[in-house]
Design a protein around this ligand. Sequence first.
Ligand code: NAP
Length: 336
Amino acid sequence: MTLRIGVIGTGMIGQDHIRRITHVLSGAEITAVTDADLDAAKQVAAELPGADVMDTGDAVVRSERVDAVIVTSWGPTHEEFVLAAIAAGKPVFCEKPLATTTEACRRIIDAEVASGRRLVQVGFMRRYDSAYRALKSVIESGEIGAPLLYYSGHRNPDVPPSYTRDMAIVDTAVHDFDVVRWLLDEELRAIRVLAAKPNSLGGDLQDPLLMVVETASGVLVTVETSVNIRYGYDIRGEVVGETGTAALADRNLVDVRSAGRVNSAVPADWRERFVAAFDTEFQEWINTIAAGKAPTGPSSWDGYAATAVCDAGVQALHSGERVEIALGEKPALYGH
Ligand code: NAP
């Protein structure tokens, strides 16, 4: 069966996901699109034989030609469309964030639990990256003993003028928070945020930031965000265990040795670094949904937990205090 997908939001990442589903992956086709800018949606649909342009996201969800929904609109609109998909009983892939407030995430969890089955997957694509998957395998094998410390480096060459200091947490470090929860398989319980000597290339921005996050079992996690570092988009990760360490390796296929130096490339941006992870994320989602199964990727609970850590992080950034993260009881629908 070919999965018929409706896309809400045909901006930058919406178009990228449409491209991968149409030209790279198998088993799915785009049958409906919409955007707040309908002309933009029409332009995208012009390249998609068989895709209807709908006036609203709600119309995409309700379309009889749509089996599953992808939400790639602006963050504050995610709750409305995810709730509509749950009400319609349709699987929905929602780009991060699941919703911009913990209350909104809770409403989604309540609706999904009431529906009795998992329908929602959240777009934390790092879980599909081959290097992160290899790192998780090493941790789970016990080869380096129990994890004690984890360092997560998130470096961007630059950010647009619209980037605010809170975005270092809610837009940037949110990926680090999710991947740490997944790698260590436990919740995060408190966060402190320290601002380093500012990078003069960042204007008034507080950059870099260093976050110290405690997990439920007491592992200490440091997250560095450096978003004006110019040299490239560089994602670091290293776990220190009781008897060894494991780190994400550099991913070059070739190192060039010339003129007395060894040169290896650094990705230009997140699209280059995670292109294969996005492809794997969507192919696995399509295969699972087309087979009539519940999604197996990041759940509404994961989306909620990430938003809760971000909320605490923003509070810690503003107050300079250690802020605790209280998630409450995890519904059985989301596993142990
Ligand atoms: P974008 O280029 O601004 O695209 C968002 C699109 O949604 C815009 O075309 C916008 O239209 C449209 N939109 C807004 N409200 C809408 C509504 N009510 N109904 C239909 N369309 C609506 O943003 P983006 O960079 O693609 O990001 C989209 C989402 O993906 C964000 O939540 C972002 O955090 C997430 N994202 C995730 C990753 C990742 O690493 N996983 C990377 C990038 C982005 P207008 O411009 O006309 O308002």
